[in-house]
Design a protein around this ligand. Structure first.
Ligand code: PFF
Ligand code: NA
Length: 456
């Protein structure tokens, strides 16, 4: 069984380019696209923000994605092993790998709890439906869920178990196989909801909210938000893309695959906006901020519109699929380390990683109830602290180190050019300029700003 053995000589590969693109897009497309992007675009100036966001994806996100894939593809190792292989003497750089894998570990623990909420809503929408309930009752259900640690814990357990069932199957027969099933399913579901949005009375108002450029609302914070989100949404700084890149075949054109993955991620974020906002506005509701948009406003909308009893479960299944393919990439980043560097079997590594992430996720599931008053960083609960630490600090820090490393310290211009171009010439100087100057500068600005905001 080649998937179960830890020998580098038998290291697995994606079966072809499409398999990789679907798996990597599965990692990228997640809660960030369906829930966060539409909202931040709406409040930050609609079309003006979308333009800035596209710029950030193209000038910072794609170049860093290429750098991560390059590190993985070149070394054929997990993120920690990759830096150790590139820089055996300079241990300082190994920190970039450790930070990425630590971020993957922390995020996989609470991402699974939030994914558990989506399972709870799949169940709810199928079981009692939202249709018979008053809006205030539907809205209160979310609070009731957050107050129930056991209920959240059980969904978290089920979700982590599903992830384990996928990753234990290995790269081709687990991750790739399920990405090939779940990603097209996700696209089909989104298409349905997208067409439903197009036909809604609220379409015009939604298009204005999302796309009408209002440069007046485009604050400095909006730029930072766009930059930070372009990072999170493309799964950068969390070892996921280094790990997935390490299973790529040698002749793969990294520029081409990065564009495909980033393009799919962006397309799905834009489609999600058009699936969600028209029906919210047609129902005469506000585009709520935070988790309320998905877990309170939308259920109310589904309870009122024609076909809502069908659209509701479809929407939450879509979210659960998106979260599943994202979380397995976070788990795989950790599993690859244990297999490559520690010689563990895939089975043992998968069970231990999923078990550890589940365990650390428990205090997150308890953050709205039993541990409500347990504050870790400032006034933040365990959940909020974990999120702050991982997505505000570890992630940009890893991204900065990766950009600096690949741009300035990885000597071997010919090697890098070969990895990127693989035949499509002329792009290397452009990419090199972006990874050397633009990306590190942009990420430094995010980091400094986060630190100032947090009062550090
Ligand atoms: N890219 C995912 C999203 O947009 O929801 C979040 C994510 C998943 C980040 C997996 C990092 C990762 F490794
Ligand atoms: Na995303």
């Amino acid at each position: 069984d080649d998937q179960a053995s830890g020998h580098a000589a038998q290291r697995p590969l994606w079966s072809n380019r499409l398999g990789f693109v679907l798996a990597a897009a599965g990692s990228a497309v997640g809660l960030g696209n369906v829930w966060k992007f539409p909202y931040i675009a709406g409040v930050n100036g609609g079309g003006a923000f979308v333009l800035v966001y596209l710029l950030c994806i193209a000038l910072v996100g794609v170049p860093i994605m290429m750098a991560e894939l390059m590190i993985g593809r070149h070394t054929r190792k997990d993120a920690i092993g990759a830096f150790a292989a590139l820089e055996p003497g300079r241990r300082w750089w190994h920190g970039a790998g450790w930070i990425s894998v630590a971020a993957a570990f922390i995020i996989s623990s609470y991402y699974s709890v939030v994914a558990g909420w989506t399972l709870d809503y799949v169940w709810r929408s199928l079981h009692d439906g939202f249709g018979a309930l008053a809006p205030s009752v539907i809205e209160s259900q979310f609070g009731t869920l957050l107050e129930n640690g056991l209920r959240q814990g059980l969904w978290h357990l089920l979700f982590m178990f599903l992830c384990l069932a996928v990753v234990i199957g290995g790269v081709q027969r687990g991750i790739e196989r399920w990405s090939r099933i779940l990603m097209p399913a996700l696209l089909a579901l989104l298409m349905l909801l997208f067409v439903n949005g197009l036909r809604s009375d609220g379409l015009e108002e939604a298009l204005r909210f999302l796309f009408a450029p209002d440069f007046g609302r485009l604050s400095a914070d909006a730029w930072l938000e766009a930059l930070g989100h372009s990072f999170f949404t493309l799964s950068l700084g969390m070892a996921a893309m280094i790990t997935y890149g390490s299973y790529l075949k040698p002749d793969e054109n990294l520029f081409g695959v990065s564009l495909r993955v980033a393009g799919l991620d962006t397309l799905i974020a834009l489609m999600a906006g058009i699936a969600i906002f028209p029906i919210v506005f047609a129902a005469g509701l506000e585009a709520a901020s935070g988790p309320g948009l998905i877990f309170q406003t939308l259920p109310v909308v589904f309870s009122q519109i024609e076909g809502g009893a069908l659209l509701a479960p479809l929407f939450f299944v879509l979210l659960a699929f998106a979260a599943l393919t994202s979380n397995i990439s976070l788990l795989e980043a950790q599993i690859a380390y244990l297999i490559d560097e520690r010689g563990w079997s895939r089975r043992r590594a998968s069970v231990c990683v999923a078990g550890a992430a589940f365990t650390v996720g428990i205090p997150t599931a308890l953050s709205g109830n039993l541990l409500k008053n347990w504050h870790l960083i400032g006034e933040r609960t365990f959940f909020d602290s974990a999120d702050l630490l991982a997505s505000s600090y570890l992630l940009p820090l890893a991204g900065l180190l990766i950009a600096l490393y690949v741009g300035w310290f990885w000597r071997g211009e010919a090697e890098k050019a070969e990895l990127i171009q693989g035949g499509c010439g002329g792009l290397y100087p452009l990419w090199h300029g972006l990874i050397r100057y633009v990306a590190p500068l942009a990420v430094t600005v995010i980091l400094v700003n986060k630190a100032i905001q947090a009062g550090l």
